[in-house]
Design a binder for this molecule. Structure first.
Ligand SMILES: C[S@@+](CC[C@H](N)C(=O)[O-])C[C@H]1O[C@@H](n2cnc3c(N)ncnc32)[C@H](O)[C@@H]1O
Length: 269
């Protein structure tokens, strides 16, 4: 194992935190173990040599670094209460108030796509036959190129589908070679993009709902506050933000109205 010196560790933590928001201060072992194969493959025997590459802004190397250091665990219908809230509160409100029959949802920190695809299934289930008359745009973004690639492949092991209603599993997946391939009717509704949540948000049209669940958990408080405020600016009046169930937003630092644990709303509709 190649040892990470104190200085190298500080360098790595500072670099990742200031560029990607992720705080690795308690993850020294994780850095050592996950980066070991990268250094070994390059026949490098110190982290300092590796940082020289990273600091040259070498896109290919940064992609590898982010693939290694992000935690991408997710599954279909994770934190089911959000999907129940979507179905029973948000979608009826959207249908009632929206004569254009358009809705926009963003899965921010989407990992391998399960959150965004579950959202499409819930919307289709709610709209039923009317779903053809609606234009729904589901944007899903992540900094991990591996995660986005996996999301676009849309092929999952059974374990990741265990919270899904068996009838949805039958309707929306094809079982092939030991895994479940999501059908085009769900896949075509999601647009995946590589996007760093530390950057200014370039998506101009407002969102009815943003999911940012189990992402800010890795950010420090100031980064969380700043991102939450930027989300506020791109959510439509009356729109919602979902965060992870173990996360909170500092209410005195945000204009969002607290609705229930992990559910916030922008006022004004
Ligand atoms: C644990 S997954 C959460 C997936 C899903 N939202 C859920 O709750 O199941 C966290 C994701 O956040 C992404 N992430 C972390 N920092 C990010 C950043 N600065 N910009 C965009 N995505 C980021 C990671 O790559 C990872 O895929």
């Amino acid at each position: 194992m190649i040892k990470l010196t104190d200085n190298e560790f500080t360098d790595m933590v500072t670099y990742v935190k200031s560029n990607y928001g992720i705080n690795l201060i308690n993850k020294r072992q994780l850095i050592e173990s996950r980066m070991y194969s990268v250094l070994a493959e390059k026949k490098m025997d110190s982290f300092s040599d590796y940082f020289k590459l990273i600091k040259r802004n070498d896109t290919k190397e940064i992609t590898v670094l982010l693939n290694k250091l992000t935690t991408n665990h997710t599954f279909f219908m994770r934190e089911q209460a959000h999907f129940a809230f979507l179905k029973t509160v948000i979608l009826p409100q959207i249908v009632k108030k929206n004569s254009n029959k358009e809705m926009r949802i963003w899965s921010a920190g989407c990992s391998s796509g399960e959150e965004a695809y579950t959202t499409v299934m819930v919307i289709k289930d709610f709209l039923g036959l009317q779903s053809n008359q609606w234009k729904f745009q589901i944007l899903a973004t992540d900094i991990s190129a591996n995660a986005i690639e996996k999301a676009q492949r849309a092929t999952y092991q059974e374990d990741f589908l265990k919270n899904l209603d068996p009838s949805w599993k039958r309707r929306y997946f094809i079982f092939k070679d030991g895994s479940y391939q999501l059908k085009p009717e769900i896949r075509k509704e999601v647009l995946f993009k590589h996007f760093n949540l530390m950057d200014p948000i370039p998506f101009q049209k407002g969102f009815d709902l943003i999911f940012c669940r189990n992402v800010m958990i890795y950010f420090d408080q100031a980064t969380k506050n700043s991102l939450t405020n930027r989300f506020y600016d791109v959510i439509k009046p009356g729109g919602y933000l979902f965060i992870g169930h173990s996360e909170t937003i500092q209410r005195d630092q945000s204009k969002f109205k607290y609705i229930q644990p992990s559910v916030y709303q922008k006022g004004g509709r």
